[in-house]
Write a protein that binds this ligand. Structure first.
Ligand SMILES: NC(=O)c1ccc[n+]([C@@H]2O[C@H](COP(=O)([O-])OP(=O)(O)OC[C@H]3O[C@@H](n4cnc5c(N)ncnc54)[C@H](O)[C@@H]3O)[C@@H](O)[C@H]2O)c1
Length: 439
């Protein structure tokens, strides 16, 4: 983070355009939610930027401003929306299809939602085998597709009058992919874009187009996307912030609440079995084994990294961890996540914890999209670029500098986020030492 403590931050003047590749359940719940909050029809529950506070100075100082009053964030009234999808439904139609929000609420917002139509997406069947595109861009090669996206971005900027843009990936989970030679440097990546290398996924083409256009990019799916040397080089070169990956919502969010607590009391874990049923389009996409593998890898890593079996071998090195995701259409977006946790305590005596989280996937994800859009824009105006580790709070698989292990503990992540805000505003960081109260 090559900025000085308390350095000047550009003001949030003018409109902020939020571009979302993928305009399905999460995006439509996010946009409809912002429109509802603007009209006073609902509250932005779950959004740190809208409802959170940050303590400053000593506990005796009684200074805990709202985050939105402490750092200069774009106001909800200044947001404008655009995006791409491989289906032509406008945001109202897509929200009805997603079935997350009540018809009555959607009806009240019909005008503004109908006005947002997705631009045709960049799509490649092998990356999302379960979907058949009805509107997709055609091009001479993948570089040509990237250039078409850059044109879309420039035209959206013009049309909407936005003074700044951010892009937040809300598209489907792509099939499992590891970084290869094509991703090893920007030069290689650009060369293979021209040659339409099959290793370059659509999400990488969007990210490339965003970064080339100076637009910050956040990755809400577990896709490889900006987790590559090539696109990180581009982010540094263009001085653009990036963040990822995979929104930390339902079951993994619960894991990151519970696992640090068990570890703090040195309680052992012998097994953690997690099963999910969900019936939305995301569930249908994840029903494909290769897309499922991408999600599973992302879900598995959090627990291992929180429990640190290398430091506590007697407690966690023999843990059996299994994650299952089942597509079950009757549930729609209302996922159910079960966890059975086998733990052991004093003298090795076994105990069990059962969790049954009846959650709503997109209701949990929508405020994260809002916060990421606003914080990425803040980061850009504060001169921060490259990987924004302070936004780990929002992700299942937080991106870090090479060689650093990611911090998954949600409370440490929140402390890191708030300390970053304090740093940006030149306030003292909070260590929680607290000895001064007893002098
Ligand atoms: N909802 C959550 O709690 C949650 C949590 C973590 C991650 N995610 C991820 O967020 C993403 C969105 O979830 P969702 O529930 O909205 O899914 P969704 O299936 O409702 O929406 C995804 C949309 O992306 C579109 N799409 C696919 N490939 C595209 C491309 N190349 N270009 C443009 N559009 C494309 C699809 O047509 C679809 O409309 C998924 O990858 C999901 O895994 C969601």
């Amino acid at each position: 983070m090559p900025i000085e403590k308390g350095a000047a931050i550009q003001p949030a003047a003018g409109k902020l355009g939020v571009l979302t590749p993928g305009m399905g359940a999460v995006t439509t719940t996010f946009i409809a939610g912002v429109e509802a909050v603007r009209r006073g029809l609902a509250k932005p529950i779950g959004s740190l930027t809208q409802m959170g506070t940050v303590r400053l100075g000593k506990r005796t100082d009684n200074r805990s401003p709202q985050i939105q009053d402490f750092v200069p964030l774009a106001a909800l009234d200044e947001l404008v929306f655009g995006g791409w999808d491989i289906f032509a439904d406008n945001v109202y139609e897509a929200a009805v299809h997603a079935g997350v929000l009540e018809p009555k609420l959607l009806e009240a917002l019909r005008g503004p939602l109908e006005a947002i139509r997705p631009m045709p997406g960049v799509f490649e069947q092998r990356y999302v085998p379960r979907l058949r595109a009805t509107q997709a861009k055609q091009g001479r090669n993948k570089m040509d597709l990237a250039e078409q996206l850059m044109d879309d971005i420039a035209q959206f900027r013009e049309r909407s009058g936005a003074s700044r843009l951010v892009m937040v990936w809300c598209g489907s989970t792509e099939t499992f992919q590891k970084a290869g030679v094509v991703h090893s440097s920007l030069q290689n990546f650009e060369c293979w874009l021209q040659k339409s290398d099959p290793e370059i996924a659509p999400s990488q083409i969007y990210a490339y187009a965003a970064l080339k256009s100076g637009v910050p990019f956040a990755n809400g799916a577990p896709n490889l996307t900006v987790d590559t040397a090539a696109l990180q080089e581009l982010a540094r070169e263009r001085q653009v912030p990036i963040a990822g990956k995979d929104y930390k919502t339902g079951q993994t969010f619960m894991k990151t609440l519970i696992a640090p607590g068990l570890k703090s009391r040195l309680l052992g874990v012998s097994g953690w079995f997690s099963s999910n049923i969900l019936g939305n389009r995301d569930g249908e996409v994840l029903d494909d084994p290769e897309a499922h593998k991408t999600k599973e890898e992302s879900k598995l890593s959090a627990l291992e990294q929180i429990l640190q079996p290398e430091l506590y071998p007697e407690l966690y090195s023999n843990m059996y961890h299994k994650v299952r995701i089942h597509y079950y259409p009757p549930r729609g977006d209302n996922k159910e996540g079960w966890d059975n946790v086998d733990i052991f305590g004093w003298l090795g005596y076994p105990m069990q914890i059962k969790i049954d989280f009846l959650c709503r996937d997109s209701i949990l994800a929508a405020p994260l999209v809002l916060d990421l859009a606003l914080f990425l824009d803040l980061a850009q105006r504060a001169g921060m670029h490259g990987i924004q580790e302070w936004l780990s709070f929002y992700f299942k698989s937080p991106m870090t500098a090479p060689g650093l292990y990611p911090e998954h503990d949600v409370f440490i992540q929140l402390m890191k986020l708030k300390n970053t805000l304090r740093w940006l505003r030149g306030e003292d960081l909070i260590t929680h030492l607290g000895l001064e109260y007893y002098d």
